[in-house]
Write a protein that binds this ligand. Structure first.
Ligand code: NAP
Length: 251
């Protein structure tokens, strides 16, 4: 029987406190990995994720880390290596939105989204690579978005950050494939989390009209693909983007 076995692997999931990140952290633990759950503000939610992982018999640490802050990222990665001894899997999942039409979008809202969604992934990748290279093994998975491919109204900052992540994924794959490190992106469509709960009913309906089954995806739909990409089953896949959008991009 085909099985995803991540026994002995050490994973970092940014934005692991809630939503898609929580599902990823718990699914990786389910497959046998120990997990560092990173969060920005929501300690209680991160501890809840950690509890779910502990119940599966895996090691877990919850660490407060603003991925947009270079000192924070460097220290966090070093602390995780002290605890776990290595890093095998990095999932750059942390993300935010600050929506508005381009003519009304303020500079700081552009910067905040780019710094969290794109620079954050760059920094996490930069500081984790050292340890992956040392071990001659790494799996980097960037959570992009379908809007990074097809665009969207009112989200120029978010769309640009998510398109940028696809570029970062390709650059990482090319630079480090010789070290047995793969880098792939996932482009989720409309997934039921806090991020999409705050959208207006009208916008939600517009998205759902495009999804072939007319229902939102679950965080686990994304998490399952992360587990696959982190596993030996995906060792020949690198530099690509897998859509988990229920056909939204066809609509
Ligand atoms: P969410 O429920 O809003 O959760 C966002 C997560 O990111 C939280 O864990 C949050 O931590 C963390 N975070 C925010 N700013 C951070 C920072 N500066 N440093 C570290 N962590 C930070 O979002 P979600 O829907 O699960 O989305 C997860 C990822 O999937 C995002 O990258 C998002 O863009 C992407 N995505 C989502 C959808 C969707 O439909 N939901 C679709 C496509 C792509 P705290 O809890 O501590 O605030």
């Amino acid at each position: 029987m085909l099985k995803i076995d991540l026994s002995g692997r050490k994973a970092i999931v940014t934005g692991g406190s809630r939503g898609i990140g929580r599902a990823i952290a718990v699914t990786l633990a389910d497959c046998g990995a120990d997990v560092a759950v990173l969060y920005a503000h929501n300690k209680e939610a991160a501890e809840e994720t950690a509890k779910m992982i502990k119940e599966k018999g895996r090691n877990v640490i919850a660490v407060k880390c603003n991925v947009a802050n270079e000192d924070d990222v460097q220290k966090t990665v070093e602390d995780i290596v002290k605890e776990f001894g290595k890093i095998d899997i990095l999932v750059n999942n942390a993300g935010i939105t600050k929506d508005g039409l381009i003519m009304r979008m303020e500079g700081p809202d552009w910067d905040k989204v780019l710094e969290t969604n794109l620079k954050g992934a760059f920094l996490m990748t930069k500081y984790s690579l050292k340890y992956m290279i040392k071990n001659r093994f790494g799996r980097i998975i960037n959570i992009s978005s379908i809007v990074g491919i097809i665009g969207n109204v009112g989200q120029a900052n978010y769309v640009s950050s998510k398109a940028g992540l696809i570029g970062l994924t390709k650059a990482t794959a090319i630079e480090y494939s010789s070290r047995n490190i793969t880098a792939n992106a996932i482009a989720p469509g409309f997934i039921d989390t806090d991020m999409t709960k705050k959208l207006s009913e009208k916008v939600k309906e517009q998205f759902l009209q495009k999804v072939l089954k007319r229902v939102p995806g679950k965080p686990e739909d994304v998490a399952n693909v992360v587990a696959f990409l982190a596993s030996p089953l995906a060792s020949y896949i690198t530099g690509t983007t897998i859509l988990v959008d229920g056909g939204l991009s066809l609509g």
